[in-house]
Design a protein around this ligand. Structure first.
Ligand code: NAI
Length: 274
């Protein structure tokens, strides 16, 4: 059911690779809620051409941009404002990539070139997206920026390797930039800390399948799926959350507040009384 929560709002949505992507669902929901937006992704990610289907479905244009390139980002904001006919009201940062994870390199043996690449793509890109927007004054007062993150920023998950540190940095950038952009232009910046989700980035992590099931058994509501994550992002783009900024918001079915569940106790054979 749509509520017209984003009627008249203009956005930029990064990271829709295929229909499993969280960003894909956000784009579908934003369209349903009355927003107009441009889609963007790294030029190399567009080779498969999947994003064209989403663009057609949501009546939106695609502007390729590598989120690590200031030139690409400057072009993205400039063109997006032209295409959409005004300043931007919401931005989704849905970008994550670790070469160390891709190559299954253990955390303690991290390759530092890959580590630096991961930081640039997955965390510093948020700073760059915000800095370029601020310089161009491309985001409207009260605008909202959401970046997706994972709880490995707070607690250790061995298989998440360098992305844990990178997500901690991402969340810190959201807070730090949120202060400055909020003070100056009332632009809001939050991170949404999402459950494990079956996407290209998610399933690329070693042991993801087993961990997905574990998290599902811990969370009283079960794992949150990509579609419900999209719903949550829509509320954060809407004016209903106009005083929410600089927060890391868990969207995980209660996982982060649960120590252990009876399901998991039973599974390890410790669920019986006494
Ligand atoms: P996905 O693989 O569909 O999306 C990742 C996107 O990042 C892709 O579209 C990819 O092309 C884009 N990207 C990579 N390098 C880029 C660059 N240089 N410039 C621009 N875009 C680039 O996977 P998913 O899961 O939808 O990931 C979206 C976000 O959600 C990521 O930040 C991820 O860490 C986060 N997240 C995912 C979870 C999961 O279990 N899938 C859980 C919690 C957070």
């Amino acid at each position: 059911m749509a509520y017209n929560l984003l009627k008249g709002k203009r956005g930029i949505i990064t990271g829709a690779l295929d229909e499993n992507s969280i960003a894909w669902k956000v784009a579908e929901k934003a369209h349903e809620e009355g927003a107009t937006f441009v889609l963007t992704n790294a030029p190399i990610a567009m080779r498969m051409g999947e994003i064209n289907k989403l663009a057609e479905k949501t009546n939106s244009q695609i502007i390729p941009a590598d989120a690590t390139s200031i030139d690409d980002l400057t072009n993205l904001y400039t063109q997006a404002q032209e295409v959409l006919g005004g300043k931007i009201d919401f931005v989704l940062h849905s970008i994550g990539m670790s070469v160390n994870i891709r190559k299954k390199i253990p955390y303690t043996e991290s390759n530092y070139e890959y580590f630096a690449k991961g930081i640039d793509v997955s965390a510093m890109s948020l700073h760059k997206m915000l800095a370029v927007a601020k310089k161009l004054d491309a985001i409207n007062e009260g605008g909202s920026v959401v970046a997706l993150t994972y709880m490995a920023a707070q607690r250790t998950y061995p298989f998440y390797t360098d992305m844990a540190d990178i997500k901690a940095m991402l969340e810190s950038i959201a807070r730090s930039f949120g202060y400055h952009y909020g003070l100056e232009k009332k632009v809001r910046i939050n991170t949404v800390s999402q459950s494990p989700t079956k996407t290209t980035a998610g399933t690329g992590i070693k042991g993801f399948g087993d961990f997905y099931d574990f998290a599902d058994k811990i969370a009283p509501l079960g794992n949150a799926d990509a579609e419900s994550c999209a719903d949550y992002c829509i509320t954060l783009f809407s004016d209903l959350t106009r005083m929410v900024t600089m927060q890391n918001l868990f969207h995980d079915g209660g996982y982060s507040s649960t120590g252990v569940s009876m399901d998991v106790m039973t599974a390890i054979g410790a669920g019986e009384e006494g």
